[in-house]
Ligand binder design. Structure first.
Ligand SMILES: [Cu+2]
Length: 156
């Protein structure tokens, strides 16, 4: 839980406290989660890092063009009712995810190299469908063939 103790000045602390109350009334703070788009990572070549993240509904994912390898983020599967996305190469891409479920995405240029990731928002309401998508997409990968299934394996 964040606190207002370090806010500079009395007015700032008051303002901070009222924002905290508003946020508490709403249930939770919306967070920003950053995912790097990399030519090379700990999990191998051409990767999103982290390749799996679990976030809360309303959080924003920021895809960072960390290494300018022509990477982008394009959704392959979103839960029912959620919006698909398609980012431009080497550009920061922000996606706010309000709908619960499993999201599967890939880099448009390197999908065949297994540059793909998984995001879980809240509960995995569409896990069966996500498993099918991961299997079908992975069958087309030339590299990192087990990456998507490993990422999806972290969905609980
Ligand atoms: Cu890429």
């Amino acid at each position: 839980m964040k606190t207002c103790k370090n806010a500079p000045g009395r007015l700032a602390r008051l303002l901070c406290a009222s924002l905290m109350m508003a946020a508490a009334a709403q249930g939770t703070f919306a967070d920003e989660i950053r995912i790097k788009m990399l030519d090379k990572s700990d999990s191998g070549t051409l990767a999103f890092e982290p390749g799996f993240v679990k976030v809360n509904p309303g959080d924003t994912i920021v895809f960072e063009p960390t290494q300018m390898g022509g990477h982008s983020s394009v959704s392959l599967l979103v839960p029912p009712g959620a919006q698909a996305w398609s980012g431009a190469p080497d550009k920061e891409m922000r996606v706010r995810l309000a709908t619960e479920g499993v999201y599967v995405y890939a880099c448009a240029a390197h999908k065949m190299m297994g540059m793909a990731g998984v995001i879980l928002v809240g509960k995995p309401v569409n896990l069966d469908e996500a498993r099918k998508t991961a299997k079908a997409e992975s069958a087309k990968f030339l590299l990192n063939k087990d990456r998507l299934e490993m990422e999806l394996g972290q969905v609980k």
